[in-house]
Design a protein around this ligand. Structure first.
Ligand SMILES: Nc1ncnc2c1ncn2[C@@H]1O[C@H](COP(=O)(O)OP(=O)(O)OP(=O)(O)O)[C@@H](O)[C@H]1O
Ligand SMILES: Nc1ncnc2c1ncn2[C@@H]1O[C@H](COP(=O)(O)OP(=O)(O)OP(=O)(O)O)[C@@H](O)[C@H]1O
Ligand SMILES: [Mg+2]
Ligand SMILES: [Mg+2]
Lengths: 259, 259
């Protein structure tokens, strides 16, 4: 059975791509077959695995436009058990180009269902989303079984969650009844900041055990790893950040797959 | 004469809203009449001035849909000489709703030209953009005289700039020939990080004196001020961050207005 996890937050720069790459890599190291899908036109996930296609080449854009299947587009990464369906800047136009397409929010789900029936089916698909709640992010929410929300413990975190939960509820009601909120990942965390501690207390009051542990503390190695086309597990395998992502990935899989 | 400055970067979380609020506030303190326009459906700029309208109320959304003028929507902030045209979540649907509108990228310019002819005309309009290069950001680029690009000195900064410059060039060629790149603002800066110093060296090699000084160093007070509905100039007027934004604002005005 293929499980699909969407990593989403319309707030920018909260660690979506960082969480996507490292949670997927940790689960690949634990023996799962994992496919990353880059739905962000910035293509940062693709770049951080050194897999950004040339303009016009097969990519997530050509999957959504119906030209290629996911099996055509997915390619191995440097890591055993981890593949990526990469994107490039062609995806920038998708929002407007798809505006008139019938069932425009269902295109990714259609492509993933086709993949699930093929020999290339992975155990887990992880979707990296752009910082918005537009058509690309909605495609992720419709296709997903679970949603993981990275956030920074800053003033705007709670207000953003209210809007996101409202969108989740509408997607669940109209398009994807089995969609579940797996949890919130508190990233870029620094315990010295009073503001962070206050926001965390409020998040716990609102969301209880949906606030996943451990938090991901600020660690410059997480920001450096992508420039070497590595995940934290190759770049700094013994770092606190590697330990945090291993523990988070295990917890996410437990909640998503019930194992 | 009204000058318009767009603050833009499709990369999320790089300090766009923080730069917008504090550069505008610094210039208001220096005696200019400044109007902020919140083009981000997250409405963080509006929230950080405690001016987010109720759903359905006049907002930037109703300006773009033609229901209200900017003069109808703009309201004073707590700061002398600083107004805001706020937004709310109604703006989330604009990307798709405007997809079929004739001249959809010119709607804001039309509204600003009308304001410039009225008694409410400010000296400067500052536009906060969402983390994307879609219809809302294109409206800002078409309406603007100058563009200010906040960025973080991280691995992805340079790659993002290439895409942004490509979009700027097309906007200049087809819709706004007088649009100029005013400069790059390096924010969330921390000189201890090797990565930051490497990226800054590369930015200087590519962009020369478009890299504005001073850099904005990491300072938790910048993240705390919005939760008190204050700019850095009320929250921590003697902080390094306040000094950095005063100096940046003066430099931005010098380049934009030639004074
Ligand atoms: N725990 C951390 N410690 C240090 N740096 C981090 C951490 N998490 C993320 N970063 C860095 O912060 C920046 C933002 O993270 P990332 O790009 O993953 O966020 P995002 O939510 O995907 O952004 P966008 O909204 O633009 O897609 C990146 O430069 C990343 O390397
Ligand atoms: N120099 C700084 N020092 C400390 N915190 C900062 C600094 N600049 C910005 N921040 C904080 O970092 C976060 C991101 O900044 P901000 O919201 O201004 O970025 P943005 O580019 O507008 O994000 P988005 O892409 O979501 O619109 C905010 O919580 C903000 O308070
Ligand atoms: Mg990202
Ligand atoms: Mg912002």
């Amino acid at each position: 059975r293929v499980r699909t996890l969407a990593i989403i937050n319309q707030k920018g720069g909260v660690g979506k791509t960082t969480t996507c790459a490292n949670v997927a890599a940790a689960l690949a190291e634990a023996g799962r077959r994992v496919l990353l899908v880059d739905l962000d036109p910035q293509a940062h996930l693709s770049i951080s695995f050194d897999r950004m296609p040339e303009p016009g080449d097969p990519s997530v854009y050509t999957v959504l436009s119906g030209e290629h299947s996911l099996a055509d587009v997915m390619q191995p990464t440097h890591k055993e058990g981890l593949w990526i369906a990469p994107t490039n800047l062609d995806l920038t136009g998708a929002e407007t180009e798809l505006a008139g397409e019938i069932g425009r929010e269902l295109l990714l789900r259609e492509a993933l269902r086709k993949l699930a029936r093929s020999d290339d089916a992975p155990d887990l698909v992880v979707l990296d989303c752009p910082p918005s709640l537009g058509t690309l992010s909605l495609n992720a929410l419709v296709a997903a079984d679970g949603v993981l929300v990275p956030l920074q413990a800053e003033f705007f975190a709670l207000q953003g969650m209210a809007q996101l939960l409202d969108v989740l509820e509408r997607v669940q009601r109209r398009l994807n009844p089995s969609l579940e909120l797996v949890g919130l990942v508190v990233g870029l965390f620094s315990s010295q900041r009073n503001l962070s501690r206050e926001v965390v207390a409020e998040l716990r009051a609102h969301f209880g055990d949906l606030v996943l542990e451990p938090f991901v503390r600020v660690n410059v190695r997480l920001a450096e790893a992508p420039s070497h086309a590595q995940t934290i597990f190759e770049y700094a395998p013994d770092s606190g950040a590697a330990g945090e992502f291993r523990a988070l990935a295990a917890e996410v899989w437990r909640r998503l797959a019930g194992e």
